[in-house]
Design a protein. Structure first.
Length: 278
């Protein structure tokens, strides 16, 4: 009887240990990680390479919410995301300064380009002064499609209008806002024979390049850098901070950076992103 009781107590203790271990695993294997990121990382196909590798080695499921960088940071502010991968440096600095994000780190960069119809009605093809090109587009009243969604790309577009000393032409007949991601905006621009601003990676991966060739590139203003940011668990206790930090470390690892640096080379003849950790 005593032996049977001891075995029962041992079994109960073992079950309790297993239950405790499962509960304590929370931030690790089996828990969901919510990544809020810009549409360019998804539309380019980069996440299709990175996420399965991270999931396999971490045991976590990653839920990707691909929106503009501004919307991604709003998700972080509300605690509806665990980690961000975004490209709006000025807004990111404000996000961190306000206490919503921690451990911000540079991961990679590419560049923005202005693309447009082969007929080039604004006469900007082959130039490298992006602000002057935007001024020519406005002067010609040539069709232009804006993201209009508070994304990093949209913020960059607004900065170019400011550099050209032109008010954002909202309401002008030649200027329209897609309110959509980069891939969809490129499709609309091609259909409308319009100019638009895009990151090079998404243009390479998702654009109809014959109908929408690059018109303007090479301006230092068009530099496009991506950072990873952990959502601050002190603001939102429910965030998966351990998983977020693990994803951050994964992105900054040398083998992952090499993968980023090679992504797209075999298909497009050039990488879509250049790794650039701090």
């Amino acid at each position: 009887m005593h032996s049977s009781l001891m075995r029962s107590l041992f079994a109960l203790a073992l079950l309790a240990i297993i239950a405790l271990a499962t509960a304590c695993r929370g931030d690790d294997e089996g828990r969901e990680l919510i990544l809020a990121t810009t549409t360019s990382t998804q539309d380019s196909g980069l996440l299709d390479v990175l996420i399965p590798r991270f999931e396999e080695e971490s045991g976590m499921h990653v839920k990707v919410i691909a929106v503009g960088s501004g919307a991604a940071m709003e998700l972080g502010e509300r605690g509806d995301a665990d980690v961000l991968l975004v490209h709006a440096p000025a807004a990111e600095e404000q996000f961190v300064a306000a206490g919503y994000g921690v451990e911000r780190a540079r991961v990679m960069y590419n560049d923005f380009v202005i693309v447009g119809p082969p007929s080039d009605p604004a006469g900007v093809a082959g130039t490298s002064d992006a602000a002057a090109a935007m001024a020519k587009v406005a002067a010609a009243g040539a069709a232009f499609i804006s993201r209009g969604d508070g994304s990093g790309t949209h913020a960059q577009e607004l900065s170019l209008w400011a550099a050209a000393k032109i008010d954002v032409p909202t309401g002008q007949g030649w200027y329209a806002e897609s309110g959509q991601g980069m891939g969809a905006t490129l499709t609309i621009a091609a259909e409308k024979a319009a100019y638009t601003l895009t990151d090079r990676g998404t243009w390479l991966a998702a654009a109809d390049q014959e109908r929408l060739p690059i018109a303007v590139e090479g301006d230092p203003r068009l530099f496009n850098v991506y950072h990873v940011i952990v959502v601050n668990p002190d603001q939102h206790s429910q965030v998966n901070s351990q998983g977020a930090r693990r994803f951050r470390a994964f992105l900054l690892r040398q083998d992952t950076l090499r993968l980023i640096g090679e992504f797209g080379r075999d298909r497009y003849g050039q990488p879509l992103f250049t790794p650039d950790p701090e």
